[in-house]
Design a protein. Structure first.
Length: 509
């Protein structure tokens, strides 16, 4: 590690740095400045390692000779050193750090990283916004890098477009590490959304962007206009992902993990048999041969998503058939399983008439209720209202967010997890709802945070308007019951369901 970032004569020159300057006791030569991050006085240079005869990426933190500014760049360097262990295709590997030295001129610290051949991210826009599937494919590795960094307790610093380069095989990469001291993990997620918004629209949606990029047009809510509104060919799920990544804390709809963003990007990325291109010159698009390894990888992604849906459907069918066979030979003592059917007339209350419970079932008190959303795509829908499901007032309740597309396009589903003081043998769940067409599954769970595939289906029904009683298959007692929404009410671009009351009945012992 070098002791000094620069030499005295260069650092006292007000025009410093300029191409040809050398840093690190003569080891690194500056070749060309490629961008600036003015939020932290960082300049982004392509340079050359004169000792190893290779190109490198140099992030220069430059500060006036003032104690406060010197402290900031020392903090930035210390933070960068912690990130040196990060090894992911979506971020350039750090090679060296030149610590700041206070002298008679500006103080500079340098982070040296491996060079990323290709072009700057903004050069992709020379021909206009990208096709949506191409934009998604470009950003997949960057989302993976965000996920890897956050899992390691690090901040990537990918919220400024000048820091991102695109490799010759169309993979976005953090080329200039060293985030501002004030950046946090939330800024990485916002950066992902901003990069996607930029590639889809050609506009930058966050403040303090590069001066050469047009800012995003804001709607009446002072938020960026949806990419789908600006370009109808943009899939709603990509548009929603961009906006929810950009959304600030407290909005109730933000994306919180790089893994969640990567999943949506992968499912919308180009497939191997589509018209792919490579980067040439200033980002011009030329046809290129298909990479068999990448084609195989993309096919696995598409196949995996399809098989997940197919597997879920198959298990539901087999499970239902198996239960019918078992019911021929055994008497479970419970009501039959209803598969996505309207409740029978005798099981629904109409015109305000109360539901009549069979003598073998008694009401049971719910201890706690919470929104269950295993997708990781944002804060739980209207968590503050979920307690109204148990207040005994059918005029108040809980609702999902409004979704542009029906489940499972953006999420597999959404639910409400009920817990009880002690294990119960549930006989039925009565749901009061003004959202006809909503399809519910009732599932038992081993814990309030169990994965969906770890839960067990015991009943399902399509809700009518008003009260619907869902009889449940008999099974082992459980302390946790999941009310899982697989289909929302509504049409076109407004899919939303509301539940106003939940009542659970248990089998008499």
């Amino acid at each position: 590690m070098s002791e000094s970032a620069g030499t005295g004569p260069h650092r006292s020159d007000p025009s410093w740095p300029t191409p040809g300057c050398v840093l690190g006791q003569g080891r690194y030569r500056l070749l060309a400045e490629l961008g600036r991050d003015d939020r932290c006085a960082a300049r982004l240079w392509r340079g050359r390692d004169l000792m190893l005869e290779r190109e490198v990426a140099l992030t220069l933190f430059i500060a006036a000779p003032h104690p406060a500014e010197l402290t900031l760049i020392r903090t930035a360097v210390a933070r960068a050193l912690r990130s040196a262990r990060l090894d992911t295709p979506g971020a350039a590997r750090m090679l060296d750090v030149l610590e700041p030295v206070h002298g008679d001129g500006p103080t500079v610290a340098v982070i040296v990283a491996e060079w990323t051949p290709g072009c700057a991210l903004v050069d992709l826009l020379d021909g206009g916004p990208l096709p949506p599937s191409v934009a998604a494919g470009v950003l997949v590795p960057l989302a993976g890098a965000v996920d890897a960094a956050h899992n390691a307790g690090l901040v990537l610093g990918c919220d400024h477009p000048d820091r991102i380069r695109v490799t010759t095989d169309r993979q976005a990469r953090l080329a200039f590490p060293g985030p501002p001291v004030s950046s946090g993990s939330r800024d990485d997620i916002r950066g992902l959304g901003a990069m996607l918004y930029l590639l889809l629209t050609g506009c930058w949606p966050l403040p303090d962007g590069p001066p050469g990029l047009p800012p995003a047009t804001l709607g009446t809510d002072r938020l960026p206009i949806s990419p789908t509104t600006l370009r109808p060919e943009v899939p709603v799920e990509l548009s929603t992902l961009a906006l929810r990544c950009i959304a600030g804390p407290g909005t109730g709809g933000g994306v919180h993990t790089g893994s969640a963003a990567r999943q949506v990007l992968e499912l919308n990325a180009v497939t191997a048999d589509e018209d792919l291109f490579s980067l040439g010159g200033r980002g011009g698009r030329v046809r290129r041969p298909i990479d068999p390894r990448r084609a195989q990888h993309l096919r696995r992604i598409k196949l995996g998503a399809s098989m997940t849906v197919l597997g879920a459907a198959t298990l539901s069918i087999l499970g239902y058939g198996g239960m019918q066979v078992v019911s021929v030979f055994t008497d479970t003592g419970g009501a039959p399983l209803v598969i996505a059917g309207s409740p029978p007339a005798a099981s629904s209350s109409a015109a305000g008439k109360p539901t009549v419970l069979p003598a073998s079932a008694t009401p049971v008190q719910v201890k706690t209720v919470s929104v269950y959303d295993p997708s990781g795509l944002g804060s739980p829908d209207h968590q503050k209202d979920v307690g109204k499901l148990l207040d005994g007032n059918p005029r108040t309740g809980w609702s999902t967010d409004s979704y542009f597309q029906q489940f499972p396009s953006y999420k597999k589903g959404l639910g409400v997890m009920l817990s009880f003081q002690m294990p119960i043998a549930a006989a039925a769940v009565t749901v009061v709802s003004p959202s006809p067409g909503t399809v519910l599954e009732i599932r038992t769970a081993t814990s309030p945070n169990a994965r969906l595939e770890q839960t067990t289906l015991i009943g399902t029904a399509t809700l009518g308007s008003g009260s619907t009683r869902i009889p449940l298959r008999a099974g082992p007692p459980t302390r946790y019951l999941l009310v899982w929404i697989t289909t929302l009410s509504g049409t076109k671009d407004h899919h939303q369901s509301q539940l106003t009351e939940l009542d659970v009945q248990q089998r008499a012992t």
